[in-house]
Design a protein around this ligand. Structure first.
Ligand SMILES: [Zn+2]
Length: 486
């Protein structure tokens, strides 16, 4: 008896709880071929190098972003994929720093501050903005109303202490931040930077790619702590100048390509990730690793000569960092064929040795993954997690809310959070072996879904809500609906 057939006997004897994918011997052989191709001759590392080193930071709608879309479209075409095209949507504003900002403390003494303009916020007036700082207690409408006198004509300082008293749900948080825009505040300082006084962008001032109508500085960690201490002693005055290039209503492209399926069902799966990045680094990790995974899996399937049963649709989204705008628009524009989408696989968690998948509480997905567990275990990635905190953090979300089985690659993200949206997110941090492991996990799992003789059903609205309740993401889902994010 060959080892493969022993494995298949074991598969057949697994109890089937609910609905589970089937993995045929032919699919199993294809998964081994694809996994081997991706581990031994995968191209993700080189794709990531070209995206991050040669194209550079890819702010949504910027010149570099456009270059990256053309590069990806060119690669999909060169690889012989079908239906390679752009899908257009419009972002309310694009944003790029035009020149290096300048910031200093004036009172209680003169000192240079390490500050950059926060993305999607205004330039300062000519000559800069100058004023005394007010430390906001909480980013809520109530806190802004209560301290209206102290906010007026001041520069509002928001730091970790403020955030601890603020809502964790995006929509409610934006309500608080929006209240500041009509409060008479001169500008904002966001103290979320990391050590060595590096800025760290969390996209707090943009909602669906709209512009925040105040200037906002993003301050390094040591300077943030200094201002926090000095504010306890007495008045602190600062001055800063930013010049940003802002354009209104700019068309942005997602990049789409397909490997057609051999059956006529019209069903498809999506392998996706966001192509855009923040600007202080080159987005090698967030999300060069994810975008390069999408390209590398397309390359490896073509190189292996595999023909999946269902169509595999590869999508590189824009606007993720400004609120999942590219994937939200994609889902809206493809609602009529959403019932044919039988799996979405997204990578947005960097090049760390993968642990498995975020399955967002779906037992049928977890049961199905058990069928390829020995293969995923050999990559160190047979685990699943139902932590719900990342449910609405990346591009699987607009599909998940329509009941589509949606998975996100699970890595420890230990290195990730230290680089995320910071100047240090550069190609030197990417480890080729770790990246290949993650790409192989995505490629093998997605191909199993694409090639199975059956597919998992969509969750109904009530099943979806039960799923989100079970992973404690239901409040955030309701908040997103209330604020019409999707
Ligand atoms: Zn990302």
């Amino acid at each position: 008896m060959k080892k493969t057939s022993l494995f298949l006997v074991l598969l057949a004897s697994l109890p089937l709880v609910g609905q589970t994918l089937q993995v045929t011997p032919q699919t199993h052989d294809a998964l081994i071929r694809l996994g081997g191709q991706l581990m031994l001759d995968g191209k993700a590392y080189e794709y990531d190098r070209q995206l991050s080193d040669e194209i550079g930071p890819r702010l949504t709608g910027s010149g570099n972003y456009v270059k990256a879309t053309e590069y990806a479209k060119g690669e999909f075409t060169r690889l012989g994929l079908k239906n390679v095209h752009f899908e257009i949507w419009t972002i309310p504003a694009t944003w790029e720093p035009e020149s290096v900002g300048e910031a200093r403390m004036i009172k209680p003494h003169h000192q240079r501050l390490h500050m950059e303009s926060e993305g999607w916020s205004l330039s300062t007036p000519e000559g800069g903005v100058r004023g005394e700082i007010f430390h906001l207690k909480a980013a809520t409408v109530e806190a802004v109303t209560a301290d209206a006198d102290k906010i007026k004509d001041h520069i509002v300082f928001i730091d970790g202490e403020t955030m601890r008293n603020s809502p964790s749900q995006f929509g409610k948080l934006f309500d608080g931040l929006n209240a500041l825009t009509t409060s008479g505040a001169k500008a904002l300082i966001l103290g979320f930077g990391t050590t060595n006084n590096a800025p760290s962008f969390i996209g707090l001032t943009t909602f669906n790619g709209s512009l925040f109508p105040l200037a906002a500085g993003n301050l390094g960690q040591e300077d943030t702590l200094l201002l926090g201490r000095l504010l306890k002693e007495g008045p602190v005055e600062v001055q800063f100048t930013f010049k940003n290039r802002i354009l209104a209503n700019v068309p942005v492209n997602n990049v789409v390509a397909e490997i057609p399926g051999t059956d006529a069902s019209g069903e498809y799966i999506v392998i996706g990730g966001h192509l855009d990045s923040w600007h202080p680094g080159t987005g090698a990790q967030d999300n060069g690793t994810g975008a390069s995974s999408v390209l590398a899996i397309a390359e490896a399937i073509q190189a292996s000569g595999l023909k999946p049963r269902r169509t595999i649709r590869f999508i590189l989204f824009g606007g993720e960092e400004e609120g999942l705008i590219g994937s939200v628009n994609y889902a809206r524009q493809h609602l009529s064929e959403m019932d044919k989408c039988v799996g979405v696989f997204v990578t947005d968690s960097g090049s760390e040795p993968p642990k498995g998948w975020y399955t967002f509480g779906r037992s049928d997905v977890k049961d199905s993954l058990k069928l390829i567990e020995p293969l995923l275990a050999s990559l160190g990635a047979s685990g699943t997690t139902d932590e719900g905190d990342l449910t609405f953090e990346t591009d699987e979300a607009p599909f998940l809310i329509h009941g589509v089985p949606s998975l996100v690659l699970w890595t420890p993200m230990d290195k990730y959070w230290g680089l995320h949206h910071k100047p240090s997110d550069t190609f030197d941090k990417v480890v080729q072996r770790d990246l290949n492991l993650g790409v192989a996990v995505v490629g093998v799992t997605a191909y199993a879904f694409a090639d199975a003789p059956n597919s998992l059903k969509h969750y109904s609205q009530s099943e979806l809500e039960d799923e989100l309740k079970s992973i404690k993401a239901i409040d955030e889902y309701k908040d997103m609906n209330d604020h019409k994010l999707f």
